[in-house]
Write a protein that binds this ligand. Sequence first.
Ligand code: 5GP
Length: 188
Amino acid sequence: MGKFILVIGPSGSGKGTLIHHARPLFPELVYPKSCTTRAKRAGEKDGEHYYFLELEDFKARVARGEFLEWAEYGGNFYGTLSAEVIPALSEGKLALKELEVQGVRQIREKLPKEQLAVVFINAGSWEEMEARIRARAPMPEDELLKRKLRYEDEMSYMKEADFVIENHLGGVETAKKEFERIIRSLVS
Ligand code: 5GP
């Protein structure tokens, strides 16, 4: 049986950077695509990064139980089809995906523990994140509070992760190496 590597951590922790680094190094892994109901952005093509679905189609697939996990985020729906993951795992392959915690919770209920490896990316305390956000652009206090609550929700998952990668300011090269090491340990 294969394994599903879930990469989690607060927004801005560097999940995307680490996955972008790992993809060319591990072409044998499966990288499941998500479905979304949000509008395509400039340059996005259907079936490349996302499968873009009409809301009705998305809801029908939810009703038919086609999703391994799905969530509403920012007024749009996102989800991972079971068909993108389960056949690969049955063939003994490793799959890797970035997810937010609502999705991880659903997957934990559906897949056995032995088939999951949760990698948490920790980019530091809220004070560090807040300083970074404030330095980037001014933000209303209520938006900052929302971010803080989401940050705390994501952080509450750190203790349940199988691996934690520290990715503090200036430490991205070390974090990349650590991510590579973890994937290698799961491949062999
Ligand atoms: P964006 O619209 O910027 O491409 O994505 C917004 C957010 O949607 C991402 O940060 C991610 O948290 C969430 N997202 C993307 N794909 C999935 C998915 O397949 N499942 C879940 N649960 N969330 C997703």
